[in-house]
Design a protein around this ligand. Structure first.
Ligand code: NAD
Length: 483
C-alpha cells in the first residue's frame, strides 16, 4: 500500500521537494508498512513558504469577504465529493478505522470550511458615538498564521485552523505532525482546485524543529498549535517571547461524571465513545469516569459486556470499530501506563494487553477502583484506557474532577436539570457536555482552560483569534489645541 504524495511540501501553489531535508517515513500502524517517504523542510523550503505567504496575503485580504467565502465553499464541496479517498488516506496514515474516518475527518473539515465561508461576509466593526466626534472599528486579518498539527485528526486540525484563517483574510503555513503528514497535502490540492490563489495555504513537513522555526520567524504573526501540554509550553513561550498571537489546543484528563439518576445505557455508551473512539486518541476524552457508588456495579457490568463486543481489526475493513494506535512508540507508552495501573492496584475489568502480534493494536481497557492519586488518573495516556473512579457526593466529585492541571473538557450524566447546570458551572473546563460526550460541531467554540490551552477554535470565538481590531477616531470638528 503506497500513498506517496507528489512531493513533501506544497508551496505557492506548487509541489516542492528538497532532498537535502532529513528523510522520514509515514507508516500504516496496522501493519507497519511504509506508505510514504518524505523529506523534512530545510531552511530554504521554509523561506519559500513564508515568503510566498507574505506575498499572497495582502491581495487576499483585499478581496470582498464573500469572494473568499465562495472559494472555501467550493473546497468544502470537493472535500465531500472525495470523502472516501480522503478517508482511506487518513486511515492509512493514522490507523483510525474507516468506519470513523468516513464520518469524522474530511467531513468535519468540510463543515469548518462551510461555516467560516459563510461567516466571512458577516464580519463587521462597531461605530462608537463620542459626542461631536465618533470612532469606528475595523476587523483586520493578522497576516501570516503558522499552523502546527497533532497526529490524531490531521485533516480536521488543518481545516479547523485554515478555514478561519483564510476566511478572515490571512495566509497560512501549516506543518502537520510528522507521524501523519499526508492529508494536509491533499487539502492543499483541494484548496487550489477550489480557486485559492497560490501562497495562501502552504504545507511544510518536518519534526518539532520545523515547528519551532515557524514559531519564532519574523514573517509569522500568529501561531496555532494542536499538541501536547509540554509542546504547548515551549511553543507558547517562544511565541510570547516574540510577542506573537497564539492559540494552544493541548491535552487533557477530562472527567465524565455519572450521577445515580443517569440514564445508564447512555452514560455507558458515552463513556465508551469518550475512551475508545479513535483508539482513545482524542484530546477531550473523558478518561476519568466518576461513577456514583449506587450505580457502579450496574455501570461496570454493562460496560464490560459492551466493551467485550468491540470489533478490533483491520481499519480498512468498514466493519472494524477500533484500529491500532498511531505508532509503535505510542503503543509502548500506552502499555506502560496499563502496567502502572496494575502495579498501583487498580482493578482490571477488561483488556489490558496488546492485541495481536503485528501492528500497534491495544485491547480496549477498563480499570475500576481507580484512586485519584494513581498515575492513570493523573496523566494523559492517549490510548484506549478508561479509568473508573467511585464517588458519593456532588461537592466531592466536583472538587476531585477539578483537582488536575488540565481543563479541556468535562461531561455530566444526570436527569436532574438543576444539578446538570449547577455541576457544569462549577467544573473547570473549556467545553462541557450534559448527557452527551465528545461532540464538537464547528458552531461551538472549542478549547481548554488551565494547562489545556489558550484561545478557542470554531464558533464565533474564532474571529477573536484570527483577526485584530483597529480603532479609527474620526474628528468631525475643529482641532482644539491650547497652543
Ligand atoms: P506533540 O505535542 O508531540 O506534537 C504536536 C505538534 O507539535 C507536531 O506537529 C510536532 O512536530 C510539533 N512540535 C513538537 N515540538 C515542537 C516545538 N518545540 N515547536 C514547535 N512545534 C513542535 O503532540 P502529538 O503527540 O502529535 O499529539 C497528541 C497531543 O495533542 C495530545 O496531548 C492531545 O491531547 C493533543 N491534542 C489536543 C487537541 C485539542 O484541540 N486540544 C486536539 C488533538 C490533540
Amino acid at each position: 500500500m503506497r500513498a506517496q504524495p507528489q512531493a513533501s511540501h506544497f508551496i505557492n501553489g506548487e509541489w516542492v521537494e528538497d532532498r537535502a531535508g532529513a528523510v522520514f517515513d509515514s507508516v500504516h500502524p496496522a501493519t507497519g508498512e511504509v506508505i510514504a517517504r518524505l523529506h523534512a523542510a530545510t531552511p530554504s523550503v521554509l523561506d519559500r513558504a513564508l515568503d510566498a505567504a507574505r506575498m499572497a496575503q495582502p491581495a487576499w485580504a483585499a478581496l470582498a469577504p464573500v469572494a473568499r467565502g465562495r472559494i472555501l465553499h467550493r473546497a468544502a464541496e470537493i472535500l465531500r465529493a472525495r470523502n472516501r479517498d480522503l478517508s482511506v488516506l487518513e486511515t492509512l496514515d493514522t490507523g483510525k478505522p474507516l468506519q470513523e474516518t468516513l464520518v469524522a475527518d474530511a467531513v468535519s473539515g468540510a463543515d469548518a470550511l462551510e461555516y467560516f465561508a459563510g461567516f466571512a461576509a458577516t464580519v463587521t466593526g462597531q461605530t462608537i458615538p463620542l459626542g461631536r466626534d465618533m470612532a469606528y472599528t475595523l476587523r483586520e486579518p493578522l497576516g501570516v498564521c503558522a499552523g502546527i498539527g497533532a497526529w490524531n485528526y490531521p485533516i480536521q486540525i488543518a481545516c479547523w485552523k485554515a478555514a478561519p484563517a483564510l476566511a478572515f483574510g490571512n495566509a497560512m503555513v501549516f506543518k502537520p505532525s510528522e507521524l501523519t503528514p499526508l492529508s494536509a497535502l491533499a487539502l492543499a490540492g483541494v484548496l487550489q482546485e477550489a480557486g485559492l490563489p497560490p501562497g495562501l495555504f502552504n504545507v511544510v513537513q518536518g519534526q518539532g524543529d520545523v515547528g519551532a522555526a515557524l514559531t519564532t520567524d519574523h514573517r509569522v504573526d500568529k501561531v496555532s498549535l494542536t499538541g501536547s501540554v509540554p509542546t504547548g509550553r515551549k511553543v507558547y513561550a517562544a511565541a510570547g517571547g516574540a510577542l506573537k498571537a497564539a492559540t494552544m489546543e493541548l491535552g487533557g484528563k477530562s472527567p465524565l461524571i455519572v450521577f445515580p439518576d443517569a440514564e445508564l445505557d447512555n452514560a455507558v455508551g458515552a463513556a465508551m465513545l469518550a475512551n475508545f473512539y479513535s483508539a482513545g486518541q482524542i484530546c477531550s476524552n473523558g478518561t476519568r469516569v466518576f461513577v456514583h457508588r449506587d450505580v457502579k456495579a450496574a455501570f461496570l457490568e454493562k460496560l464490560a459486556a459492551r466493551t467485550a463486543r468491540i470489533l478490533l481489526g483491520d481499519p480498512l475493513d468498514e466493519a472494524t470499530q477500533m484500529g491500532p494506535v498511531a505508532s509503535a512508540a505510542q503503543m509502548e507508552r500506552v502499555l506502560s501506563y496499563i502496567a502502572k495501573g496494575q502495579a498501583e492496584g487498580a482493578r482490571l475489568v477488561c483488556g489490558g494487553a496488546r492485541a495481536g502480534a503485528a501492528g500497534c493494536f491495544i485491547q480496549p481497557t477498563v480499570f475500576a477502583d481507580v484512586r485519584d492519586d494513581m498515575v492513570i488518573a493523573r496523566e494523559e495516556i492517549f490510548g484506549p484506557v478508561m479509568a473508573v473512579l467511585d464517588f458519593e457526593e456532588e461537592a466531592e466529585v466536583i472538587a476531585r474532577a477539578n483537582a488536575t492541571e488540565y481543563g479541556l473538557a468535562a461531561g455530566v450524566f444526570t436527569r436532574d436539570i438543576s444539578r446538570a447546570h449547577r455541576v457544569v458551572a462549577a467544573l473547570q473546563a473549556g467545553t462541557c457536555w450534559i448527557n452527551a460526550y465528545n461532540l464538537t460541531p464547528v458552531e461551538m467554540p472549542f478549547g481548554g482552560v488551565k494547562s489545556s490551552g489558550v484561545g478557542r477554535e470554531n464558533g464565533h470565538a474564532a474571529l477573536e483569534h484570527y483577526t485584530r481590531v483597529k480603532s479609527v477616531y474620526l474628528g468631525l470638528g475643529d482641532v482644539d489645541a491650547p497652543y
